[in-house]
Design a protein around this ligand. Structure first.
Ligand SMILES: [Zn+2]
Length: 484
């Protein structure tokens, strides 16, 4: 009898628990749609494509250092000024650190902080081998502009300028000052361009209302159980570090090997790093992302996310295996990328070296990740970091008016898409601007197929012309919503 009572009690408690979980999921409601008077402009997509094609034809490959001849960047800037004559006629131009440039279009209302639109002028190199056309030919065919930089990121620069050029042609006058900040070494690290621009602006006492750079993306929501497209705004960047693992051991002839060898010990260390992955945890941007997306998810996902506080111990490991994307969101990733021993096959090397490339999650640091690796591999392995390692960026504010306006603009131009913040897992120039504002956002306003996205830095990079026009609508509307 007593056993039966206990059984019923446990059953009732479990039923209540399930009811609570389900109720919390059902309470997740989609936010109300905002009123909007948005009407897309008639944009001459062919003309914008020609402008982009012309930009692609100028070979602004990232310089190895700032002392190399960068006159091609002056040629590129002259091209922009010729192509956007109304902007050129009102903008004040400042060259920073030789090849970076700021075009300042002054607004009429000094009480409004300026907004900064970022883009990088430089592109990664392109070997013509394997291309269907000249990578710097700016060819237009079957609805695309082909060439290096057509996506990354001359398309965004051209769309951003075209949006303002159209408004100026309509006789509109900006109330808020706009700063177009174009670095010239994003593909290196942004330290000669973006970093110097932000330092320059800081030295002038400039504070910014917001910064927009490349980074966020439009995705098919299926990956996360959403039957819609999702537009993601990057609110932070993961950190980056290359750790060199070094094992020293007596070298010699391979015919008489020591019981343990440098290569064997290095292999063991790398195996341990792979095996002992870094712990998954919730960061502010991942929490914010899932909170924004949860109301649109299928019931299973919704149930899990509404009860994240209770189900977290199950969800964290699950998200790490669901997909590489969710894995990256949840933890610092460690990828072994290089290994090196002797230069000849019959020698025991005195030193074996390997590289671990880390993308560091918000809340961790270059130093704390190094400590983790050291603990995992033991003291016999020496660890150093390569130059260029950088901690994760701060996290941008999503409660600001600037964020709300950006979200509204995306919702208007990409009608019906769900907008959410997210942690950007690659790198951009934007990280250098937190000294000027908390409202640093990354968004690339072009829908693209996965296949086209994979062409970035690769063969046959191309920009869809219809999407280029859509991206122009985005910038135009952003200026209407925030600068007029
Ligand atoms: Zn880029």
């Amino acid at each position: 009898m007593a056993g039966q009572i206990i059984g019923y009690t446990v059953l009732a408690a479990f039923a209540l628990f399930v009811v609570i979980l389900v109720t919390r999921a059902l309470l997740l409601k989609k936010p109300q749609k905002e009123d909007s008077d948005y009407k897309p402009r008639d944009i001459d997509a062919g003309a914008v494509a020609e402008k982009l094609a012309g930009a692609v034809r100028i070979r602004t490959v990232t310089l190895p250092d700032n002392d190399s001849d960068g006159s091609v960047f002056y040629e590129y800037q002259a091209y922009l000024e010729k192509t956007f004559p109304l902007i050129a006629s009102v903008a004040e131009k400042t060259i920073v650190n030789k090849y970076a440039v700021i075009y300042k279009v002054k607004g009429t209302d000094d009480s409004l902080l300026p907004a900064a639109i970022l883009a990088h002028q430089d592109v990664v190199p392109a070997d013509p081998e394997g291309w269907e056309c000249d990578p710097f030919g700016g060819e237009i065919r079957s609805g695309y502009v082909y060439g290096r930089g057509s996506q990354d990121m001359k398309s965004q620069m051209i769309a951003a300028l075209e949006g303002l050029e159209i408004l100026l042609k309509e006789g509109k006058v900006l109330r808020r000052t706009l700063l177009f900040c174009f670095g010239h070494d994003e593909e290196l690290r942004g330290t000669y361009g973006a970093y110097e621009i932000s330092k320059h602006l800081e030295s002038l006492g400039v504070r910014l209302e917001y910064v927009i750079d490349e980074g966020g993306t439009i995705l098919d929501g299926k990956l996360l159980g959403i039957d819609n497209k999702i537009a993601l705004i990057g609110t932070c960047e993961k950190g980056y570090a290359d750790y060199i693992l070094e094992v020293a051991k007596d070298g010699g002839h391979a015919s008489a090997p020591t019981p343990r060898t440098a290569v064997g010990m290095l292999a063991e260390a790398i195996y341990k790093v792979e095996k002992h992955k870094m712990r998954p945890f919730w960061t502010k941007p991942t929490k914010e992302m899932f909170a924004a997306l949860a109301p649109y998810m299928n019931f299973g996902f919704k149930l899990a996310l509404a009860n994240r506080d209770i189900l977290s111990p199950l969800m964290k490991p699950l998200l790490c295996v669901v997909s590489p994307f969710t894995n990256c969101l949840m933890r610092t990733t460690l990828a072994p990328t290089q290994a090196e021993g002797a230069s000849t096959p019959n020698t025991l090397p005195g030193v074996a070296r390997g590289t671990i490339n880390a993308r560091i999650n918000t809340g961790e640091s270059v130093e704390s990740v190094q400590a983790h690796i050291q603990k995992v591999v033991g003291k016999k392995v020496r660890i150093t970091t390569l130059e260029g390692s950088i901690d994760p960026s701060p996290v941008s504010d999503t409660s600001s008016e600037a964020y709300a306006k950006l979200k509204k603009t995306i919702g208007e131009v990409f009608s019906g898409y769900i907008v959410a913040p997210y942690p950007f897992i690659a790198a951009s120039d934007a990280k250098h601007y937190y000294n000027l504002t908390d409202n640093v956002y990354r968004f690339t306003p072009f829908e693209k197929s996965v296949e086209d996205a994979n062409r970035i830095h690769g063969l046959n990079e191309r920009q869809d012309i219809a999407m280029l026009a859509q991206g122009t609508q985005f910038f135009l509307r952003l200026y209407e919503n925030t600068c007029l």
